[in-house]
Ligand binder design. Structure first.
Ligand code: SF4
Length: 374
């Protein structure tokens, strides 16, 4: 950052954002990162004093949904100011230079001595020598190889950059894969799946990197634990209805209007790990389940192949009419948590069916507690 560039404090003031608001936002970032509140001042100090971090954003086979998510912070938000602490030195979709001038920008970053961060969006085709995605005459794979190997850390944003996403869905004509397969053995690779990833989580990861010079704790898949460590089902606002056996049976029915559980409508929340219920989307305005649509499992591995059809409910236990996904999955991927889901689901169904008030038509079992007002 040039020495005469306005400070973060000055830029916040220029946009009418008070220091109190900024500190409050740093508290939210600390909470998002599952850090104690005491870390908020440390994050604030780091954001105020750390020089801008150069970032190279590579975009390959995708729909640009993660770029859209990145740009969709409402204006002007504190998050937007924080994101200004990175210097987006190369991003084909939004950078001013084009063609050779754009490629020169990338070459300059690569030739420089300053550490930079690589953010990769989109899948990388590997079939037929990678010819299905080339930029400036180079294949996506060779560009990713060059940039990610040199970067201080790489963040793969979105389902496509994680495991190939929709370009990699069956029959995967281009041999599309994610960064972890295209550039194996990267020392610091953070995977942020989702279709798209949630920009609040990306902001938190960047703030963590700026504040602590390291990425947040990751799970065995390289995903930040703070964002992908909890089942959606365990924190869902409709969970009480699930436990009570109150389900939406058809779109627009009474249960749907009352905010009942969407399990029977194909919700994949019981097998999807994400902090969506806690942080929401669009600046926390809402999220899919909050808006009345089941989770499609877009944070899950190869979800285009594994969680489709969206509205088809997962296999159920004959006679109970309640999803038994966890019964099957719980023995493998979900372990104890999923087993708990099965017990809950079955027990809820039994309770509902055996209840003295329960009518024979299970669709009418669900009564009757209005959802909490938001
Ligand atoms: S099944 Fe879906 S809607 Fe129902 S409680 Fe679980 S996550 Fe929420």
């Amino acid at each position: 950052m040039p020495t005469d560039a306005p400070s973060l404090e000055a830029r916040l003031a220029a946009r009418g954002i008070s220091r109190r608001q900024f500190l409050k936002f740093c508290g939210v970032l600390a909470a998002t990162l599952a850090l104690p509140e005491a870390y908020a001042p440390k994050i604030a100090h780091a954001l105020e004093t750390t020089p801008r971090l150069p970032v190279v954003w590579l975009e390959f086979q995708d729909c640009a949904g993660n770029t859209e998510s990145f740009l969709r912070a409402s204006t002007p938000t504190v998050a937007e100011i924080v994101l200004e602490q990175i210097s987006l030195d190369y991003h084909e979709t939004i950078m001013a230079p084009a063609g050779h001038a754009a490629e020169k920008s990338l070459e300059a970053v690569l030739a420089g001595s300053q550490p930079f961060l690589a953010i990769v969006e989109g899948s990388i085709p590997t079939k037929d020598g990678g010819i299905y995605c080339t930029i400036g005459g180079k294949t996506a794979q060779s560009i990713a190889e060059t940039v990610c190997r040199k970067a201080a850390a790489t963040i793969a944003v979105g389902a496509c950059a994680w495991d190939g996403g929709w370009p990699g869905a069956s029959p995967n004509p281009t041999g599309a894969v994610g960064v972890k397969s295209a550039v194996p053995g990267l020392k610091t690779l953070v995977n942020m799946p989702g279709c798209p990833m949630n920009v609040t989580n990306l902001t938190a990861v960047l703030a963590h990197f700026l504040a602590f010079k390291a990425m947040p704790a990751l799970d065995q898949e390289g995903r930040p634990l703070f964002a992908y460590g909890q089942l959606i089902h365990n924190n869902c606002e409709r969970r009480g209805h699930f436990d009570a056996g109150r389900f939406v049976e058809t779109w627009g029915d009474d249960g749907h209007r009352l905010g009942y559980c969407l399990y029977k409508m194909g919700c994949k929340g019981p097998q999807t790990y994400s902090n969506c219920p806690a942080i929401g989307w669009n600046d926390g305005t809402s999220w899919p389940i909050g808006a009345g649509h089941g989770c499609v499992g877009c944070m899950s591995s190869h979800f285009w192949d594994n969680t489709i059809p969206v509205y088809e409910r997962l296999p159920h236990i004959e006679g109970f009419g309640v999803e038994a996904t966890a019964d099957k999955v719980g023995l493998t991927a979900l372990g104890v948590v999923a087993a708990g889901v099965t017990v809950h689901a079955v027990a809820s169904a039994i309770r509902a069916k055996n209840s003295p008030e329960a009518p024979h038509d299970e669709r009418e079992v669900a009564v009757q507690t209005p959802p909490k007002k938001k």
